[in-house]
Design a protein. Structure first.
Lengths: 168, 168
DNA sequence: AAAGCTAATTTTATATTATTACATTCATTG
DNA sequence: CAATGAATGTAATAATATAAAATTAGCTTT
């Protein structure tokens, strides 16, 4: 029998996460320079922790994980870093989990459809163009002026379905 | 100058709220009988409080509002009632606000698009059929099996836009 | 270098939201 | 009417998030 941790370790053979992270961090660094904002050590650290994987991560988990490196870290330390990263569009806040996840859509449409797997906790972002168009029509019909969207879907991702099937 | 409360009082001339509430409560009572579940006094009370208006309301606000009637009420009292009402599809939980709102779509597709006004705090539910269809396609493409959806849009509703325009 | 400015951080405290656990009571129904 | 499961009462605490004031670090202006 697998431990929960093992069960939730769900690598995709074709996914090179090292590359994925370095791209995300690189883009973040570049964007901050371009925008004249500071990706300070704390912010950089938090962003790296978030990018350790593609799973939704909680603020206090980040706090625990940053403490070995930054003993003085307090909730406010984390929340301020998260606020900054969200403002800069470098991470998403997942409202329905009170959690956070790295965003790899910087520069494009930032508000995407989030598919959140209950089993492995990984989050897939999808631009979902048709959905967004249908939403726009809906807003027009309602006369509603949008400021922000939370489009969060919970279920089981394709990788976990595959794993589950194999087990039977 | 208006007080915030006055500013946020935003009645629609064509909306008969008394009728609206009695319909919602009536439907709830009926559904609970049909389903063989108990709409106990506490649950009924909480449902009525939620239906006082169409605004998103917080759990601890409900707690404060129920105390005059039920002095013994504690957080668990409210959260248990809310859990029941959500299970029965009689209210929605608004994930991005940690708040709740009455649901008038019982019997139909329960998961609807929620348009949440930042100014008056009212929530409009919309079936948004085209959006839902586009979402289904997206899930199929992703191979994702959906358990639940949170589709929450924040912005300014058509009534508030009208009011704001008049003020200029 | 000193003074002044701003953004960022530290620190402490506290507010807000939600759950757990266990005792008790209530409502059926066998 | 006793047994059972559902609902409630109660206390404590966990989990999430923010506020506010003091301090620091890095600039820039003189």
């Amino acid at each position: 029998m697998n431990t929960p941790a093992e069960k939730n370790h769900n690598p995709s053979p074709e996914h090179n996460h090292e590359k994925c992270v370095s791209k995300a961090i690189g883009t973040a660094e570049h964007l901050c320079v371009v925008r004249g904002v500071q990706l300070t050590p704390i912010r950089h650290q938090v962003l790296e922790l978030i990018w350790e994987n593609h799973k939704a991560v909680k603020a206090y988990e980040l706090l625990d994980r940053i403490k070995p490196v930054m003993d003085a870290a307090k909730p406010a330390t984390i929340y301020r870093a998260l606020d900054f990263l969200i403002e800069q569009g470098l991470i998403h806040r997942i409202e329905s989990l009170n959690a956070f996840v790295g965003c790899n859509c910087s520069g494009h449409q930032h508000e995407q459809l989030l598919l959140i797997c209950k089993q492995c906790n990984e989050v897939e972002e999808r631009p979902a163009t048709e959905v967004m168009q249908a939403l726009s029509l809906e807003f027009d019909q309602a006369g509603f002026v949008v400021h922000s969207k939370a489009l969060e879907i919970h279920g089981i991702c394709v990788k976990c379905i595959g794993l589950n099937d194999k087990q039977n």
